[in-house]
Design a protein around this ligand. Structure first.
Ligand code: SAM
Length: 247
């Protein structure tokens, strides 16, 4: 017996909009989005699209007006409430641009709640483009079905980061140099903060500073030295498995 296909189908385009969404509201898309639906996907008046605003969940909308560079959508109904994600944050030392972009995209897919770029002595990246990383997180959320976006903080120096963090949030320090606990023993349900170092690793002084901070748990990600972006995602995936929403 053919099953009745789910409505709305998962294949409907999903777009993030900055406007607050509500019952019977109308939303004007930005030029890039209007071009994408109108000219790339060749969608016209009456076609359905899924929208989310990062707070109120996901909504089914219908194209009500379609012009060359302008498109207005009318909201029909809410299809999903805003997701509840594990309160897990990822602090990472920015690496080269392509790798940092990849890290942000994948961490968004994995369900991270907050991304904190931390500048360390051996951090190679001089500049972190928050607008660019924000756009990458939006695209990843549109594709993976998220209804909330991860927060992305301004870059901060390691010492200020440690001095300013709330000790109640356990800091899981991915440390390849010291026998940390395996993830299944270390990770506990949130609030959690995972810290991963730069490609060149933390200096000895930085590692002492981290280990001497309150409520820090060293975590081992196995016997091999992982690249920084790999370590960040491996730690996040392990956290989701052991203490997050993959359980
Ligand atoms: N210190 C190394 C060096 O001198 O080449 C490598 C640093 S590693 C490429 C980058 C970061 O990934 C480390 O600072 C650590 O946070 C994390 N990492 C890599 N492999 C790890 C492992 N097996 N266990 C825990 N953390 C690891």
């Amino acid at each position: 017996m053919p099953t009745v296909p789910a409505w709305p189908p998962k294949s409907l385009p999903r777009l993030f909009v900055r406007a607050a969404l509500a019952e019977a509201a109308t939303v004007e898309l930005d030029v890039r989005q209007a071009n994408y639906l109108g000219n790339v996907l060749r969608m016209g008046i009456g076609a359905n699209v899924l929208l989310f605003d990062g707070n109120s969940g996901e909504w089914l909308a219908r194209i009500a007006e379609a012009g060359k560079k302008r498109m207005v959508l009318a909201l029909e109904r809410r299809t999903r409430d805003a997701e509840t994600i594990p309160d897990v944050w990822l602090a990472f030392a920015p690496v080269k641009r392509a790798q940092t972009d990849w890290l942000v995209e994948k961490a968004t897919e994995l369900g991270v709640a907050r991304l904190l770029p931390v500048m360390t002595e051996r951090t190679v990246a001089e500049r972190v483009r928050l607008d660019r990383l924000g756009a990458i997180a939006v695209e990843a959320a549109e594709q993976c079905g998220r209804t909330r976006l991860p927060a992305i903080d301004e870059p901060i120096a390691l010492a200020r980061f440690l001095a300013g963090r709330e000790a109640a949030r356990t800091l899981y320090f991915a440390d390849e140099m010291r026998d940390g606990q395996p993830p299944q023993a270390a990770f506990k349900p949130a609030p959690a903060l995972i810290l991963v170092g730069p490609e060149g690793g933390f200096t000895e002084a930085e590692r002492e500073l981290i280990h001497s901070a309150a409520n820090v748990i060293p975590v081992s990600l196995g016997p091999r030295i992982l690249r920084a972006e790999t370590a960040a995602l491996a730690a996040l995936a392990a956290y989701m498995t052991v203490a997050g929403d993959w359980r």
